[in-house]
Write a protein that binds this ligand. Sequence first.
Ligand code: ATP
Ligand code: CA
Ligand code: CA
Length: 422
Amino acid sequence: VNHAGVVTYKKKPTSELMAAIQLGMGQSIGGLSSKPERDVLMQDFAVVESVFFPKEGSNLTPAHQHSDYRFKTYAPVAFRYFRELFGIQPDDFMMSLCDEPLQELSNPGASGSIFYITQDDEFIIKTVQHKEADFLTKLLPGYFLNHSQNPRTLLPKYYGLYCYQCGGKNIRFTVMNNLLPSSIKMHEKYDLKGSTYKRKASKSERAKSNPTLKDLDFNENHPEGILMEKEYYDALIKTLNRDIRVLESFKIMDFSLLVGIHNLDVMEREKGHTRVVSECSEYDSGYPHQDSVDTQQGKVNTSLQRGKSFKTRLAQYSTALESITAKTDIEENEDENFPPGGIPARNQKGDRLLIYLGIIDILQSYRLKKRLEHQIKSLVIDGDTISVHRPGYYANRFATYCATRVFKKIQTPLKHSPSKKK
Ligand code: ATP
Ligand code: CA
Ligand code: CA
């Protein structure tokens, strides 16, 4: 925020930035439709398309009220193919990104990146550093190969990389999948790395109404971890392990597991129900196919908030449940007010949870950036507890933390374990 009270990024008012990039993306996505569909070739990854947007407009671009700027699209044909792979139609992509104002999210991270979310909740726009954008372009061929071979993944899905250029400044940003739909209340939210060093959310973050907490907070709040039935646990850990190996192979570090927890029982308790989980002798309401609860009102909406119902996601394989099962036709709770896409789980109290998650912030390569930092930090701090470490170590520690500490398999289904209705 500058002296005039205007929110800025690299000295640009973010409102101007938003309008300019929405115009830019609209032109870029629309312009692509004139290029015939074809297979992606290696050279497509290196293409950078550049369009000038003069204030007065041009034969390619509309007139606008901002300063002249240039808008660049990286690997347009390759990203188009990638969007298609996930079932995102060009018209839908354009409407989501360009037709409605974007909403700015507060970023708990230290990097100073700006985050925008599209009004339909589908996409997140994140500004990235020059190095990160360069790294993503180098990563693309291998990354796309991996995603097309394996839709069962929790790695971020990048649907576009762009650059807004104005007054000698470059603002690069990616469009990616949104992991935490805002129509579903997240009772807790964690950014986890498997490290303990400086992994407690700051006081100011914790004071927020919907804070993003960290490893030490998680360990404190969930001393017994999050409990999952074998079927879900195995699918999740298998997916995570595979993803972590991919990241390790690219020497990527410092990524996080973003975990959102929707608590069905808290929702019910908040709605004034007296039914107390710990006093129930048997859980037979059918979970996740929980269809009703025993109240005088009969069937109850467990999750409908502010009159917003849950829309089907545009992109395929974009919910947590789809990402670990690689199925798009999962039979979920038929109740249209039951939040879709979460992985069923329990906390140690026996509350029924839906888990939303994915891996984020993967554009830091050890090779490019971390060596010096590591050499310095390892002199002063025990290498075991710092998050800046060599990629193999980071990956193993992350994997172990997820599989043994964050998520736990319920061995023998107990009376409070999730059980599915036949
Ligand atoms: P730093 O480098 O300081 O860790 P950053 O600016 O690179 O931060 P990220 O780590 O990518 O930012 O993300 C910061 C926060 O933004 C996350 O903890 C999460 O709350 C939110 N966030 C990031 N990516 C997504 C996503 N795809 N879906 C939903 N929320 C996200
Ligand atoms: Ca991060
Ligand atoms: Ca980062």
